[in-house]
Design a protein around this ligand. Structure first.
Ligand SMILES: N[C@@H](CCC(=O)N[C@@H](CS)C(=O)NCC(=O)O)C(=O)O
Length: 231
C-alpha cells in the first residue's frame, strides 16, 4: 500500500533489543504499507549525533511523514498506531467491528502501561536463548494474564483468521515482542495461545524483523541481565 501523502520513515533502534521499535515496523510491514527505515543503534556515536534531530522525545520509535527531522513527527507506539489508522483508513490497522476495535485498543493499552514484572525480567533479546531465566511469581502471573487475553480474543473475535482479531493488525504487532520473548526464555504455552504464538512468529513482518535481529552483534549491557559483555 502506497502512502497517499508524504513518504514515511520509521526511526528505530536495535532490532535485537528494541521491542517498542519492533511494533510499528512489523505493523507497517504486515499491512504492506510502504516506508523507509532509519536505524539508530543504542550507545553509538550516530545515536548521540542524530537522536536530537530525529526524535522529539529522545526515544525510538518515531514516524516521520516527509523528510526525517524536517517533516511531521509522531512518536510513541500508541500514537504511531493511531496515526497510521488515520493515514490508511482501509489498511485495517484496527478491526472494523467497533467492539473488536475497542478490545484491540484495550489489549495494546494494557501492554503499553503494564506487565512491568515481565518486561523487566524478560527483556527482548531475539538472538539469545535463556531458558527458565527471569521467571518468578509476579512474572508467571503476568504471563498467565497474557495467555488469557490472547485466548479470549481468539475465541471471541478471531473468526477465520489466525490472529487475535482474525487479520493481522495493531494488537498482533503489540504482542509480537512478547511472542519472541516466550521463545528466548522458553516459556511454554498451551492450546489456543500456543497456536497464536506460532502464527505470529511466522507472520511476514515478524519473520522479516527477526531475521535481521539475529544478525546484529552489538551488546547492550542494560538489555542483557543474563550475559556478560564479550571482551
Ligand atoms: N512509550 C514509548 C517507549 C519507547 C522506548 O522506551 N524506547 C526505548 C527503546 S525500546 C528507547 O528509545 N530508549 C532509549 C533511551 O531511553 O535513551 C513507546 O511506546 O514508544
Amino acid at each position: 500500500m502506497q502512502a497517499m501523502g508524504a513518504p514515511l520513515t520509521l526511526v528505530i533502534g536495535n532490532k535485537n533489543y528494541s521491542s517498542w521499535s519492533m511494533r510499528p515496523w512489523v505493523l507497517l510491514r504486515g499491512l504492506e504499507i510502504a516506508f523507509r527505515e532509519r536505524q539508530l543503534k543504542f550507545h553509538t556515536q550516530e545515536w548521540s549525533d542524530s537522536i536530537g534531530g530525529l526524535s522529539p522525545s529522545g526515544m525510538v520509535p518515531v514516524l516521520w511523514e516527509g523528510e526525517p527531522g524536517g517533516g511531521f513527527a509522531t512518536w510513541d507506539t500508541l500514537a504511531i498506531v493511531e496515526r497510521l489508522h488515520e493515514l490508511f483508513p482501509n489498511a485495517k490497522v484496527w478491526p472494523s467491528d467497533a467492539q473488536a476495535r475497542a478490545r484491540a485498543r484495550s489489549l495494546c493499552a494494557e501492554f503499553h502501561s503494564g506487565f512491568r514484572a515481565f518486561r523487566g525480567a524478560m527483556p527482548m533479546n531475539i538472538r539469545s536463548r535463556y531458558p527458565g531465566r527471569g521467571m518468578n511469581p509476579d512474572v508467571a502471573k503476568e504471563i498467565g494474564r497474557i495467555q488469557a487475553l490472547w485466548t479470549e480474543a481468539r475465541k471471541t473475535f478471531g473468526g477465520k483468521g489466525p490472529f487475535l482479531f482474525g487479520a493481522f493488525g495493531a494488537a498482533d504487532a503489540f504482542y509480537a515482542p512478547v511472542a519472541t520473548r516466550f521463545v528466548t526464555y522458553a516459556v511454554e504455552l498451551k492450546g489456543a495461545a500456543r497456536e497464536y504464538q506460532q502464527a505470529l512468529l511466522e507472520s511476514p513482518g515478524v519473520g522479516a524483523w527477526s531475521a535481521e535481529a539475529v544478525k546484529e552483534t552489538e551488546f547492550v549491557a542494560e538489555d542483557e541481565p543474563y550475559a556478560t559483555a564479550p571482551r
